[in-house]
Ligand binder design. Structure first.
Ligand code: E4P
Length: 216
């Protein structure tokens, strides 16, 4: 399972690089706005130090505009992945950009039918949003499981990029279901390493070691 970092905070991504867990990055217009920085500058900076796909989202709403923006954004760096919303226009743009071997991430997916269309449009990644389905009382992880079955039924190459991940439970469930990628904020990735029994056990080992009076 690949880990993408869901942020436009370049310092937070840099801090995670030594862990070896950064397989890619996802951004969206809200995250770019939150960074307060220029879109192209942020994307190019991330692409320069991340060895993996970096999703950058178009903001046009019509097919022609999305294709034009997608081509422009794809030219910013070799590892840019063009993010397109799951609308009819977004699917048409995905079809056109995929035909030109441009990497695509179809985002804002909330149903298995939408995921089926994205795969048929040649999407490199499909991004189902788990947390936002949980927000409306559904179980977002169920959608990941449905898409896994659907894609395996037909051998689609489109990778399932589980998004809107907000908890350790989301991460575990996505891995158990077999999502290809999980994109999560830096704090969720870091929290995966924590367990209270690890802390307790380490404190006991250190206390006993101090008693032994030895050094390594
Ligand atoms: C993914 O590509 C999105 O940027 C992100 O996961 C959305 O997460 P949110 O629903 O927590 O905003």
């Amino acid at each position: 399972m690949k880990f993408f970092i869901d942020t436009a905070d370049t310092d937070a991504i840099r801090d995670l690089i030594p862990s070896g867990f950064v397989d890619g990055v996802t951004t969206n217009p809200s995250l770019i706005a939150k960074s307060g920085r220029d879109f192209k500058e942020v994307v190019q900076e991330i692409c320069a130090f991340v060895d993996g796909p970096v999703s950058a989202e178009v903001t046009a709403l019509d097919t022609k505009g999305m294709i034009e923006e997608g081509k422009r954004v794809a030219g910013w760096a070799d590892n840019v992945c063009v993010k397109l919303p799951l609308t009819w226009a977004g699917l048409e743009a995905c079809n056109a950009l995929s035909a030109q071997s441009i990497s695509t991430n179809v985002t804002l997916c909330f149903s298995a039918n939408q995921a089926l269309l994205a795969a048929k449009a040649g999407a490199t990644f499909i991004s189902p949003f788990i947390g936002r389905l949980d927000d409306i009382g559904e179980d977002g992880c169920d959608l990941i499981a449905e898409i896994r079955i659907l894609y395996d039924n037909y051998g689609f190459d489109t990778e399932i990029l589980a998004a809107s991940i907000r908890s350790l439970e989301h991460m575990e469930n996505c891995a158990l279901i077999g999502a290809d990628v999980a994109t999560a904020p830096p704090n969720v990735i870091r929290d995966m390493a924590n367990h209270e029994l690890t802390d307790k056990g380490l404190a006991a080992f250190m206390a006993d070691w101090a008693q032994s009076g030895q050094n390594i």
